[in-house]
Design a protein around this ligand. Structure first.
Ligand SMILES: [Zn+2]
Length: 435
C-alpha cells in the first residue's frame, strides 16, 4: 500500500512564503501535502510526476476578474488558468449577474458588454441563466464543471438595481430600500459570498452602463455604501473591493466594516514613451498610514504596463469623454455613420487633445474632469490588427503614419472605407514600463 497518492519529483519548489527556491519532491496524500523534501522514494507513491525543469508552486489567486459569465463555458477561465492560476474571484467592480430578474437579463449582459467588453451575444449563448437570486447564482456555479476554484463578491450594481429600480441613479436609497438591500447582502454572505464590490467613479465614469450613463454605483450615496459595510461588520467576515471612491470613503468603509478593503488600483501609468503619470507614491504612503491606524486597506497593484485595445465595434476606451461616448453608442453601422460626421470628428479630436493637455499639467484633475483611463496621443497609437484586406495593410503603422489620418483612427471619407477601418484595432504599444 503506497504512503502517497502522488509524488511530484525533482521540481524547482517555490513555496510562496519567500523561501528561496529549491529542488525537491512534494508528496500528496488524501488531497493534502504530506511531505516536502529531497529523495522521496517513488515506490511509496501510487503515481509519480517527473517535474524536472519545472516550477512547483501553490496555485495563484486571481483577485480581480470578470469571469462571471465565462466560467459557464470555459472551466479553466482562460487566460488566467493558463498562467498557474487555480482560484479566481468574480463579481469585481460592483458588476455581476445576481440578483437579476428574468426580464432584465438582456440589459445586465449589455451592461457587461459595455464596461468589460464581453460580447452580449456570447454571454447569451453561453450562460444558463438558471438563477434569479444570489444564492441561486452560487448554486449554478457549484453545478458547473470547473477547472478552478471560484469566489464571488456580491456586485452592488445588480443589488441596487434589483431593489431600487433600473433608473434609480444618483439618489440615496430610502430607509426601507436600504434595509432590504442589507438583508439581501446578508443572505448572500450566508450563502457564501466573499464580500461585496462597488465601482464609484462618479458622473465621469470611464466604465459605463450599456446606454452610456454612469453605473448606478458610480453615483451612489456614501451612506448606502456604509450601510453595506455595516453588514460585513455584523458577519465578521468578508472583503470589500472598490474602485474609484475617494480615499476618505475607503477609510470610512474600512472603519465601519472592520474588514479588509481592496483599493483598485495601484497603477504606475505611463504613456507610449515611458513617461509616468499619477501619484502612486502618495498612494503607497497613504496605504501605509491607514494600516498603521488599523484601517486595513490594501492596494491591488497592476504589476505590468498594460497594452489596451479598442475598435469601434466593442468597448470604448474613451468612454468618459462625452463626444467619444456619442460616437460609440448605437449599432456598429450607426457608430460608423457618426464617426464620419465632420462635426463629431472635430469634437472628438478637440476633446481628446484638451484632455491630453490637461493630463500633462494635472493628471488627477484630468481624471476628475472625465479624461478616462487613457492619455495617449492618437497619432502615436498603433494599428494592431486589421480585419479586412485594407485594414491588414495598415497593421504595424501608427495612426499618424496613415495618410489623411486627421488625428483619428478612422479617416475615411467614404462609407466603404470607413467600414474597413472601423474594424481596425488600435493599441498602445508598451513604451518600456516607465520605470
Ligand atoms: Zn474590474
Amino acid at each position: 500500500m503506497p504512503s502517497y497518492d502522488l509524488l511530484i519529483k525533482g521540481g524547482t519548489i517555490i513555496d510562496g512564503q519567500r523561501t528561496p527556491r529549491f529542488t525537491g519532491d512534494v508528496a500528496i496524500a488524501d488531497g493534502r501535502i504530506a511531505q516536502i523534501g529531497g529523495g522521496l522514494s517513488e515506490s511509496q507513491a501510487a503515481r509519480v510526476i517527473d517535474a524536472r525543469d519545472l516550477i512547483v508552486a501553490p496555485g495563484f489567486v486571481d483577485l480581480h476578474t470578470h469571469f462571471d459569465s465565462q466560467i459557464f463555458w470555459d472551466p479553466y477561465c482562460t487566460m488566467s488558468g493558463w498562467h498557474g492560476i487555480t482560484s479566481v474571484v468574480i463579481g469585481n467592480c460592483g458588476f455581476g449577474f445576481a440578483p437579476v430578474a428574468p426580464e432584465h437579463r438582456e440589459r445586465a449582459m449589455l451592461t457587461l458588454e459595455r464596461n468589460e467588453a464581453v460580447r452580449a451575444t456570447t454571454m447569451a449563448a453561453g450562460m444558463p441563466w438558471d438563477w434569479v437570486t444570489f444564492p441561486e447564482f452560487l448554486g449554478s456555479i457549484e453545478r458547473t464543471p470547473k477547472g478552478v476554484n471560484v469566489l464571488a463578491y456580491m456586485g452592488i450594481a445588480p443589488l441596487m438595481t434589483w431593489v431600487m429600480g433600473q433608473d434609480a441613479k444618483g439618489r440615496a436609497a430610502t430607509p426601507d430600500e436600504q434595509q432590504r438591500m442589507c438583508a439581501i447582502l446578508s443572505e448572500a454572505m450566508d450563502a457564501g459570498a466573499c464580500g461585496f464590490s462597488a465601482q464609484i467613479l462618479g458622473e465621469n465614469s470611464v466604465q459605463r452602463d450599456y446606454d452610456g450613463t454612469p453605473m448606478i454605483t458610480d453615483v451612489m450615496a456614501p451612506e448606502d455604501l456604509l450601510a453595506f459595510a455595516g453588514v460585513l461588520r455584523e458577519k465578521g467576515r468578508g472583503v470589500v473591493q472598490m474602485i474609484g471612491a475617494a480615499p476618505e470613503l475607503f477609510e470610512q468603509v474600512a472603519e465601519v466594516s472592520g474588514r479588509p478593503v481592496i483599493w483598485n488600483a495601484l497603477v504606475l501609468q505611463s504613456d507610449q514613451h515611458g513617461n509616468t503619470y499619477g501619484s502612486y507614491k502618495d498612494r503607497l504612503n497613504w496605504l501605509e498610514e491607514s494600516n498603521a491606524e488599523g484601517k486595513r486597506i490594501f492596494g491591488h497593484a497592476v504589476t505590468c504596463d498594460m497594452d489596451e485595445q479598442f475598435s469601434l465595434d466593442d468597448w470604448n476606451l474613451f468612454d468618459a469623454i462625452p463626444s467619444w461616448r456619442a460616437v460609440t453608442l448605437g449599432t456598429v453601422t450607426e457608430r460608423m455613420r457618426k464617426m464620419n460626421d465632420p462635426e463629431l470628428r472635430q469634437a472628438i479630436r478637440e476633446d481628446f487633445d484638451r484632455y491630453a493637455e490637461l493630463r500633462k499639467v494635472d493628471p488627477v484633475a484630468a481624471t476628475k474632469a472625465g479624461s478616462g483611463g487613457l492619455f495617449l496621443a492618437i497619432p502615436d497609437m498603433w494599428i494592431a490588427e486589421g480585419r479586412t484586406e485594407q485594414g491588414r495593410a495598415l497593421e504595424g503603422y501608427t495612426v499618424g503614419q496613415v495618410p489623411g489620418h486627421e488625428g483619428l483612427p478612422i479617416h475615411a471619407p467614404t462609407a466603404k472605407r470607413a467600414k474597413s477601418d472601423c474594424r481596425v484595432l488600435v493599441e498602445k504599444k508598451n513604451g518600456g514600463g516607465g520605470g
